[in-house]
Design a binder for this molecule. Structure first.
Ligand code: BT5
Length: 324
């Protein structure tokens, strides 16, 4: 079987039907001939698209696509200029858990997307609140990277979602390593948390087998449904945002940046709330206090400590301190 068929999986024909509908009226028999499936199969796919919220009219010239649903897997795939298939769930325990299953089954470039999570996870098994209305998304990648460079994907995701947030008119800064914040006057906090990234991977002998990059973004979620210190796009803009456009923009940007580490790092620096700040970084065995000087191509933070050392940290908790 051709690898592209495997990659896109069961939705491939449905997506082909959708793409054909997008190009204008097309008759059922013509579509069946083009896609080398039966007319009954075309009809079944059109019905499934209607069930998913697409408005497909049929007139004398054939099927016409009149409207795309607000959110959902095919809604995000439709018009997406990036190589991802999207599996959507109204509610799921954790998109990262589902993405890990798909990764273990050999899938690549699949996004698991949910409106609500009932068991969302942060780092270190912390809970992640994921009420309905959010963007809870996990991308399965199979990059040709050594494990030490996987945080490049976290960098790319933070920048990509930061850019997509900014397109809604909300300012978003990255707090190393994985938070998107809306800046406020509370310097210690750095801002209110809008999104976080949880990257998980499996590999052996210096080679990554798969990576799951999970992003939680408080989109159309009321602030009162979130933990203290968090904010949402709904709270910042005063109205719901177009999650379909936001996810498409983020996925397109992520696909471009993961292939261009230097650009990802540059964009990260520009969006950083951490660089130049006094920080305290808590590592398993010690705590560093100093100035956040740079981020490496692999996504590690370079800290100039008060003791005059230059240290590179790959993972840890980072707190922004008030200037001395
Ligand atoms: C993170 O962890 O920031 C990574 C969050 C990743 C969530 C996504 S959603 C899609 C995918 N599927 C999953 O199951 N997870 C990923 P961390 O840096 O450990 O931050 C966790 C802390 O943020 C919690 O201890 C709370 O204090 C706070 N928090 C929890 N829910 C929040 C929310 N919705 N918005 C802002 N802060 C939150």
């Amino acid at each position: 079987m051709d690898p592209d068929r495997l990659r896109v999986g069961v939705n491939e024909t449905r997506r082909a039907v959708l793409d054909a509908l997008a190009d204008g009226p097309v008759s059922g028999p013509a579509l069946a001939a083009d896609l080398e499936v039966s007319r009954a199969a075309v009809w079944k796919h059109v019905e499934a698209l209607r069930d998913a919220g697409f408005v497909v009219e049929s007139d004398a010239d054939g099927y016409v696509l009149d409207a795309v649903p607000e959110f959902g897997g095919l809604a995000v795939e439709y018009g997406l200029d990036a190589p991802f298939a999207v599996e959507y769930h109204d509610s799921i325990p954790s998109t990262n858990d589902r993405a890990r299953e798909l990764a273990a089954a050999g899938r690549d470039d699949v996004v698991v997307l949910a409106d609500e999570q009932t068991g969302g996870r942060g780092r270190l098994e912390r809970a992640w609140s994921s009420p309905s209305g959010g963007v809870w998304a996990s991308v399965v990648c199979r990059p040709d990277l050594p494990p030490a460079r996987v945080s490049l994907l976290t960098t790319a995701a933070s920048v990509a979602f930061g850019d997509a947030v900014e397109a809604t008119g909300v300012e978003a800064a990255i707090k190393w390593p994985n938070d998107l914040l809306v800046p406020d006057d509370d310097a210690a906090r750095g801002g209110r948390k809008l999104a976080g990234v949880l990257t998980e991977m499996e590999g052996e002998a210096g080679r990554v087998s798969w990576v799951v990059v999970g992003v939680g973004l408080n989109a159309n979620v009321p602030e009162e449904d979130l933990p203290p210190g968090a904010t949402s796009l709904l709270a910042e803009t005063g109205g719901p945002v177009d999650r379909r456009a936001l996810v498409q923009r983020a996925l397109e940007r992520f696909a471009a940046l993961r292939d261009d580490p230097e650009r990802a790092r540059e964009a990260w620096r520009e969006r950083s709330a951490t660089l130049g700040e006094r920080v305290r970084v808590t590592l398993p065995a010690e705590t560093l206090v100093g100035t956040a000087a740079d981020v490496t191509e692999a996504g590690a933070l370079v800290v100039e400590t008060d003791g005059g050392e230059r240290r590179t940290v790959h993972a840890g908790e980072c707190e922004h301190l008030r200037p001395a």
